[in-house]
Design a protein around this ligand. Structure first.
Ligand code: PMP
Length: 426
């Protein structure tokens, strides 16, 4: 029989343990912000396939666009025979990316590949080797992605050696006592102890750390990095794989900085669930790699390009950026009220609809409540809500609900979350 338990048993027998799974559920179908499992149980989806479903499950416009593309062609390899949707997508993403300079864009399939390619270009363009990332950051599971990632377990442990010339500075974190000045000082320490700025190709920053715990980089920090990069000729890369495509209330989070990065990486929600990622950046840098140095067999797949173009249309037609801000406000209000009733919640934070709470034993900031967070996710699932945790200590609940979700669904989800928290505590 097709029960979750029976399928989990088959999964365990056939798949390696390293492939984690938050919830022991097999999904059967999904619509908007709801999913049904193989046993017919319904769930509200606050995870969005990890930040992929800003336009929701099976948005009719996206499904229609993909079907139409499927009826024309579905693979040529762009470097062999080109197709227009790829170019149109590049043009439209360039137009939406901040920076008063000429830009170019190209596509890969995953976030990790976008990050790898941004670094490749920064190195080729500057003739330098060093890359600086931040503690707690996440940039992917490829070798360079792991090297850039600032969290050892479970992402890096046992997988070395990693590519050389990658360094980590401190990410500002007000809740845990790392000020913007502390973070900037940690960069100066790298320049003193490890690598001269003249040898640094790129600094890569998540505008809001995703896997790391939904910590928002203060805009003044981004502006200080911009100045530092200008001073030393370093390429400033914003990794917007998780923040991009409207999650933070603007199309890209870096639009809110007041300064532009030289390069942006995107993936996840940019195509509403189809595998494509992007590097968008300063034309003079992007053109420094000779023909053949960039690309990939499936990179910029026609179906994913069609989906991504439909995502752009849906954002405009349904005013999803406004909705992202409104959802953010509604979630914050609900979670702030919840915090007043539960001492374990010590922080409600985020940018736009990228919202999280952080949990501590008895509200004590020195005791991250990872086990409580795990139980809360499990109790929520029992009650029909898919929640995701994150954070360096696994004690953060992050919300990545589709921006197409109704207020009623958001409220239903928040109520389940509170009931689950109460159950998890008892
Ligand atoms: N960068 C960031 C900021 C991410 O959040 C992720 C995925 N969680 C990645 C890169 C890697 O993306 P992918 O899993 O598509 O390779």
């Amino acid at each position: 029989t097709r029960t979750n338990a029976a399928l989990m048993a088959r999964r365990r027998a056939a798949l390696p343990a390293g492939l984690g799974q938050t919830h022991e559920v097999f999904a059967e179908r999904a619509e908007g912000a709801e999913v049904w499992d193989v046993e017919g149980r319904r769930y509200i989806d606050f995870a969005g396939g990890i930040a992929v479903l800003n336009t929701g499950h099976r948005h009719p416009k996206i499904v229609e666009a993909v079907k139409a593309q499927l009826d024309k062609l579905h693979h040529t390899c762009f470097q062999v025979l080109a197709y227009e949707p790829y170019v149109e997508l590049a043009e439209r993403l360039i137009a939406k990316t901040p920076g008063d300079f000429a830009k170019k864009a190209f596509f890969l399939s995953t976030g990790a590949e976008a990050v790898e390619n941004a670094v490749k270009i920064a190195r080729a363009a500057t003739g330098r080797q060093g890359v600086i990332a931040f503690g707690g950051g996440f940039h992917g599971r490829t070798l360079l992605g792991m090297a850039l990632t600032g969290k050892v377990a479970p992402y890096k442990a046992g997988f070395g050696p990693f590519p050389a010339e990658v360094y980590h500075a401190e990410y500002p974190n007000a809740l845990h006592g790392v000020t913007v000045e502390d973070a900037l000082r940690s960069l100066q320490r790298l320049f003193k102890y490890d690598i001269e700025p003249q040898r640094v190709a790129a600094i890569i920053l998540e505008p809001v750390q995703g896997e790391g715990g939904f910590y928002v980089a203060p805009f003044e920090f981004a502006r200080a990095l911009r100045r530092l990069c200008d001073e030393h000729g370093i390429v400033f890369i914003a990794d917007e794989v998780q923040t991009g495509a409207g999650r933070t209330g603007t199309w890209l989070a870096c639009e809110q900085w007041g300064v532009a990065p030289d390069m942006v990486t995107m993936a996840k929600s940019m195509a509403g669930g189809f595998p494509i990622s992007a590097v968008i950046g300063r034309a003079e840098l992007m053109d420094k790699v000779p023909p053949g140095g960039l690309g990939g067999t499936y990179a910029g797949h026609p179906l994913a390009c069609a989906a991504a173009l439909a995502v752009l249309d849906v954002f405009e037609e349904e005013r999803l950026l406004e909705r992202s801000r409104a959802i953010g406000e509604r979630l914050r209000a609900g979670l702030t009220a919840m915090m007043a009733r539960h001492a374990e919640i010590r922080d409600v934070r985020g940018l736009g609809a990228m919202v999280a709470v952080e949990l501590f034993e008895g509200g004590d900031l020195s005791r991250p409540a990872a086990e409580l967070t795990r139980r809360l996710c499990a109790e929520a699932l029992q009650r029909g809500l898919v929640l995701l945790s994150c954070g360096l200590h696994g004690n953060v609940i992050r919300i990545l609900v589709p921006l197409t979700a109704s207020d009623a669904l958001l409220d239903e989800g928040l109520a389940i979350m509170e009931a689950a928290l109460a159950a998890a505590k008892s």
